[in-house]
Design a protein around this ligand. Structure first.
Ligand SMILES: NC(=O)c1ccc[n+]([C@@H]2O[C@H](COP(=O)([O-])OP(=O)(O)OC[C@H]3O[C@@H](n4cnc5c(N)ncnc54)[C@H](OP(=O)(O)O)[C@@H]3O)[C@@H](O)[C@H]2O)c1
Length: 263
């Protein structure tokens, strides 16, 4: 079943996500859908409800990656555009529209020069933050564009006056504390592999949206790289749900935040 990933999703006055015109349904923070909804609308609510319903008590972190069947998030030269299909890209833009800030690592900013704006679905642009401790991302990068959205460099270095600088330690916990201090509650860690891996390994991710595209790269940039397990039985198996985003499949992994924390 393919969900209408491009369809509208709104929030009620109570913060509940609703799919207009699809009946009366609600979703809880765990992604459990109740009420009347088409199967497609129910999928949309189930996947996006936990992000939309994040509470202000602590930051909610959703991380995402799209990877090839053989586990790469980019070719050896660093190209990753068009890895996943239009449905997954719509989903990524919808995630951006639901969060307060999108975070990327320095290498993604340098290699992709992403805009990190919402263009494929209705919704507001989030703030943009790059993890760039040594100030290697050029001040003219698109994520620093003066387009009305907040832009942040987590690190040092010369940049345009409208770009905020957060100088903090390197651990994901330090970064999240600084982002929370800057007023951000819903946080999307959009890549690349090293950044997402460090956040997952630190036990600070609530949900990972991992899209698998039916393509082989043979070589390239690795996606998730986590500490090795000693045995199959000892492997970490977080609760997982699957969502068809034709031709890709998205796995939603629900982490018990803090349970695997190492930093
Ligand atoms: N398929 C996808 O979904 C997807 C999404 C995004 C990007 N990509 C691809 O991913 C590739 C880049 O990924 P990557 O793994 O090489 O690098 P990356 O994660 O984009 O960037 C890693 C760098 O970010 C900085 N960094 C990360 N965590 C930090 C932290 N907690 N505190 C401070 N700095 C931190 C470090 O910069 P310093 O080295 O300066 O210390 C680190 O070397 C590109 O080819 C891009 O196209 C794919």
């Amino acid at each position: 079943m393919n969900a209408p990933w491009r369809g509208p999703l709104g929030l009620t006055a109570d913060g509940l996500p609703v799919v207009p015109g699809d009946g009366i349904a609600s979703v809880d923070a765990g992604g459990e859908v109740r009420g009347r909804a088409t199967p497609e609308a129910a999928q949309l609510l189930a996947l996006l409800g936990p992000v939309a319903l994040a509470t202000p008590e602590r930051p909610f972190v959703v991380a995402q990656l799209a990877q090839s069947l053989d586990g790469f998030i980019a070719t050896a030269s660093g190209a990753s555009r068009s890895l996943s299909g239009p449905a997954n890209l719509d989903h990524l833009h919808r995630l951006r529209a639901l969060v307060d800030v999108v975070v990327v690592g320095r290498r993604t900013a340098c290699l992709d020069d992403p805009r990190l704006t919402v263009r494929r679905v209705p919704g507001a642009h989030p703030a943009r933050a790059v993890l760039d401790p040594s100030g290697r991302v050029d001040g003219g990068a698109q994520l620093f564009a003066a387009d009305g959205s907040r832009c942040l460099r987590v690190g040092t270095g010369a940049c345009p006056s409208h770009v905020e600088q957060l100088q903090v330690g390197r651990t994901p916990r330090d970064v999240l504390a600084a982002l929370a201090g800057a007023g951000f509650r819903r946080i999307l860690v959009e890549g690349g592999g090293e950044t997402v891996s460090s956040f997952v390994a630190a036990g600070v991710v609530d949900r990972l949206h991992l899209a698998v595209a039916p393509v082989f790269f043979g070589a390239g940039r690795r996606g998730l790289a986590l500490p090795a397990v000693g045995s199959v039985e000892g492997a970490h198996r977080p609760p997982a749900r699957r969502f068809a985003m034709d031709p890709d499949v998205l796995y939603e992994l629900a982490f018990d935040r803090g349970a695997t924390s190492t930093s």
